[in-house]
Design a protein around this ligand. Structure first.
Ligand SMILES: [Zn+2]
Length: 633
């Protein structure tokens, strides 16, 4: 197990290295992450490499017995590259370029940026391939963060056209599948297809979904090129990438990217910048379980905060004990290696307000001792944290659906990740471990599978879902399931949810979107339970299903809002609206016992996670109310 800090000796100079390492060792670290954002230090001019600074640093790190996570620093580019090739900077939708001087400002498809980044990765790997202190490689930093998942340049346009040529047999097939006869858009050649820039009226939804897929492929191929460059020199290199927050909301598929990595890493900031309050513990747990899902196994935290963080704005600071609790929660949810951002905040530059273990006063105080105490408490349990954590329930992430929701939200209240979190929260508050899985993952073995708002659903997934339920699986589907095909179109001649009416045992008769602030009353058949549905009101006619909730009578008539259907050996639950938490909790009280899962909520804000190694069971109790935790066993 690696415990450590992100460290930027190039910002302080060699004269401070020994003193820093003294402090880093005193903290209880066994690893430092170095090199992130240091491209110009390593390649001061194009093709001229200078490894002398990091050579000297690594020798001193090694002398202390510490290991290194070495970064391929491609998320910011040296001035010489942007001056000689201004086209490396990303193009915004209005055609203007991202200015030089920030980070993640470059186009992932730009050939010059890619050429220099791959060359840098290769040169670094060639230079350090015999260096035993380097245990792992981090490629790039926080891909897709801060708007960098989009670029509207000519290179991206050309790449998009090539991508479409690859996807469709010919232009006629594309015209047919996209329905370009609508609004007189029939294309003669792939080259005539525009990028779907925003206008006063919407672009074709099939075009927009393909653009979202192309953006995801761009991120995937960028990281694969860097990983391949490292592995070309070091075939057995351990390569990871550090993903940033909002894994459910970026124009990239982190699960697809992770397939090319040896480990997924996550940069965990429960509070950042102008965020009014920290994420609540279910939100942090959801983010951590998503990170664990990326590789279906343990993950790294390559950055987490101990001091307050932000660029130009700051909000609440982590309270005493809170950062340690967040770190302990990460370990409980499958993190097996953890590094704090950063050893010392830098008093200059755009991240002056990203405070570290030490502040600019360079004096160990409360934060230093909190990290020291945390490391001392978790280090004895490293064999526990290295075991795999497997969930009893699964929550399905689908990139196509995430993208389709960006293209057509249907309601301004719709938030794909938010709806997933809402359902996740029901399991979290009952101490049920959840695996977040991609749609192509195996469903077998889960006691419960939740598929939130999977608006784009292909026939293969529908069949796997039915097979899972037939064999005794229990599934929860929500509003807008299977409305669209892979082209983001409705299926002609199909009742909604398309291809799933037998599984659900109900058909959609009427529907309405509910906007922010709007809701519709919901009642149980006996009238004992009442509550509200938001976002969407799907009015269902059961065929074989039992009605669990009905919508309050309205002009459309009386319809079911939530149903339960026996299908084969299993059951399918369908939720036709986004129900309030109390109502949702009652529904989970009903559906969890048949799954063989705990239905009783645990005390609010208290989380208990058990990890077993051989015949030893270790219990972690995380008390988010008092910001304390214990590890026993
Ligand atoms: Zn571009």
């Amino acid at each position: 197990m690696y415990l450590g800090v992100d460290w930027y000796p190039e910002q302080w100079g060699m004269e401070r290295v020994e003193a820093d390492l003294e402090g880093i060792c005193a903290l209880g670290c066994n690893m430092v992450r170095i090199g992130d954002f240091a491209w110009d230090r390593i390649e001061p001019r194009e093709g001229e490499y200078d490894f002398s600074f990091f050579d000297a640093v690594i020798q001193k790190v090694k002398a202390r017995g510490l290991s290194v996570l070495l970064c391929v620093p491609t998320a910011t580019v040296p001035r010489w590259l942007a001056l000689a090739h201004p086209e490396v900077m990303r193009a915004r939708e209005d055609g203007t370029r991202e200015p030089y001087g920030g980070r993640r400002g470059c186009c992932l498809n730009d050939p010059k940026y890619r050429e220099r980044a791959v060359a840098l990765a290769r040169a670094l790997a060639a230079h350090y391939k015999g260096e035993t202190a380097v245990k792992a490689w981090q490629i790039d930093n926080e891909i897709g963060h801060e708007g960098s998942d989009l670029c509207w340049c000519e290179t991206c346009h050309g790449g998009f056209i090539d991508y479409l040529k690859d996807r469709y047999a010919d232009i006629q097939e594309l015209n047919d599948r996209w329905g370009t006869g609508f609004w007189t858009q029939i294309y003669d050649r792939f080259e005539d297809i525009p990028l779907p820039r925003k206008g006063d009226t919407p672009q074709n939804p099939a075009l927009r979904l393909e653009w979202e897929r192309f953006r995801a492929r761009s991120a995937e191929s960028w990281l694969k090129a860097l990983a391949d460059a490292v592995r070309a020199e070091i075939p057995n290199a351990f390569v990871l990438h550090d993903f940033s927050a909002s894994l459910w909301g970026k124009r990239l598929d982190p699960f697809a990217i992770a397939k090319d990595l040896d480990a997924a890493a996550y940069n965990h900031y429960p509070v950042w910048g102008a965020q009014a309050s920290a994420m609540d513990p279910a939100q942090t747990a959801f983010a951590l379980d998503t990170a664990r899902g990326l590789k279906g196994g343990n993950f790294w935290i390559t950055e987490t905060l101990i001091g307050t963080q932000g660029h130009d704005y700051l909000s609440c600071s982590p309270k005493p004990g809170e950062s340690a609790l967040w770190a302990a929660q990460a370990m409980a949810h499958g993190c097996s290696n953890l590094l704090f951002f950063r050893y010392r905040g830098y008093h200059k530059g755009a991240e002056q307000f990203c405070f570290g273990v030490l502040d600019a006063d360079n004096t160990p105080r409360r934060k230093f001792y909190e990290v020291q105490d945390l490391f001392a408490r978790i280090e004895p349990y490293q064999n526990v944290f290295s075991t795999l954590l497997r969930g009893e329930a699964a929550l399905v992430f689908d990139y196509d659906s995430a993208a389709a929701w960006r293209v057509q939200p249907q309601s301004d209240a719709m938030d794909y990740g938010g709806e997933a979190l809402k359902l996740y929260r029901q399991l979290w508050k009952r101490d049920i471990t959840v695996d977040v899985i991609p749609a192509d993952a195996d469903l077998a073995g889960y006691k419960l599978v939740i598929v939130p708002a999977m608006v784009v659903m292909d026939e293969e997934f529908k069949q796997r879902l039915k097979d899972y339920v037939k064999k005794g699986g229990i599934v929860v589907l929500t509003f807008r399931s299977a409305w669209k095909d892979a082209d983001n179109n409705f299926l002609f001649g199909e009742r909604l949810p398309a291809g799933l009416t037998d599984l659900i045992g109900a058909e959609l008769e009427e529907h309405e979107s509910l906007l922010t602030g709007q809701s519709r009353g919901v009642i149980s058949p006996g009238g004992q339970e009442t509550g509200e549905g938001q976002v969407f009101c799907e009015m269902l006619s059961p065929t074989t299903a039992k009605t669990l909730l009905t919508w309050s009578p309205c002009a459309f008539g009386d319809y079911a809002a939530a149903t339960e259907n026996d299908f084969g050996e299993g059951k399918c639950y369908y939720l036709g609206g986004s129900f309030d938490e109390t109502l949702l909790s009652r529904l989970f009280d009903i559906l969890l016992p048949p799954c063989g899962l705990n239905a009783a909520p645990v005390p609010e804000g208290v989380e208990t996670v058990k990890r077993t190694v051989g015949d030893r069971t270790v219990t972690m109790a995380l008390d988010h109310n008092t910001k304390t935790f214990s590890i026993e066993g």
